[in-house]
Design a protein around this ligand. Structure first.
Ligand SMILES: C[S@@+](CC[C@H](N)C(=O)[O-])C[C@H]1O[C@@H](n2cnc3c(N)ncnc32)[C@H](O)[C@@H]1O
Length: 268
């Protein structure tokens, strides 16, 4: 099976990427030929004998800016007609499961890691298809964001995570957080594994997991539940189990009687 996706990461610090790309699931997937991931030193495309890749910012200010020529030369050397060029920037669309899924449908991603004050604006205008942020905070460089993006997209490629079913059922893949997991021992410091998980009753286990997934999402990330919505039976169960959280979430339990008509109120 040929690799389903290739990543080319453009950076001034390729050594920062080496360890994470060699180890764990990513390293194994690369060695198995399921994905291709290469990092490239942008200095290799510098235009002068000092390998200059940054310069002062026009208009004044203390920070340096990454020059456009080495980035343009690198992108133009690596891209083909199917390439998708991503700039890592705190000003981009925030990476989430849906964005990762969309990116996993591409066959070639070129990731540009910024440093200093970022990259010359003409890079964004002329070369970039999409800008991605990994969250509303600022790091010193795009290398960690590029690794985060690469790992989350690569693990969606067929075969990368041993059991493809596992990635379909994970947190965020169905708009919910995943249910809790337990392993041995059956009891740890007075806390026992829920009986249902030891029952062998697969229907009951599936139901328990789904409900705990709902409960956890309600308690920790009600915004996700708001977006996904609730089936009537799910809502009913949550009202029974977590009334306080549900009243914050929904306002009124479904069982509350609607107001009596005005004439009835006046009679009483
Ligand atoms: C110090 S930051 C530059 C921030 C820029 N001056 C601004 O205010 O938008 C340097 C580089 O780190 C990377 N970076 C920092 N935070 C990031 C984030 N949350 N997501 C993605 N990339 C980020 C980008 O590549 C950026 O060009």
């Amino acid at each position: 099976m040929p690799p389903s996706i290739r990543f080319d990461i453009l950076t001034l610090f390729p050594e920062m990427l080496a360890g994470p790309l060699e180890g764990g699931v990513l390293g194994r997937a690369r060695r198995a030929g399921l994905v291709e991931i290469e990092s490239h030193n942008l200095r290799d495309w510098a235009m002068d004998r000092h390998n200059t890749v940054d310069d002062y910012t026009f208009g004044g200010g203390s920070g340096m800016v990454m020059k456009p020529e080495p980035i343009a030369a690198a992108v133009e050397a690596l891209r083909n007609e199917k390439s998708w060029v991503v700039l890592l920037t705190p000003q981009g669309k925030v990476l989430d499961h849906a964005v990762a899924l969309e990116l996993s449908r591409k066959t070639h991603l070129i990731l540009i890691c910024g440093r200093y004050e970022g990259v010359d604006e003409r890079v964004r205008i002329q070369l970039v298809d999409e800008q991605i942020s990994i969250g509303d905070y600022v790091l010193t460089g795009g290398e960690l964001p590029a690794l985060v993006l690469t790992e989350t997209v690569a693990r969606l490629a067929p075969g990368v995570v041993g059991n493809d079913e596992a990635t379909r059922k994970e947190s965020h893949s169905e708009g919910l957080l995943e249910h809790p997991h337990f392993t041995r021992p059956r009891e740890f410091r007075g806390e026992a594994v829920p009986d249902v998980l030891l029952s062998g009753d697969h229907g009951a286990i599936r139901r328990w997991r789904h409900r705990e997934s709902l409960r956890r999402t309600l308690l920790v990330r009600p915004d996700l539940l708001q977006r996904r919505g609730l089936e009537p039976d799910e809502s009913e169960w949550l009202w029974k189990e977590e009334p306080a959280a549900m009243s914050g979430f929904h306002g009124v339990p479904p069982s509350v009687e609607p107001d009596p008509p005005l004439e009835k109120k006046l009679e009483s």
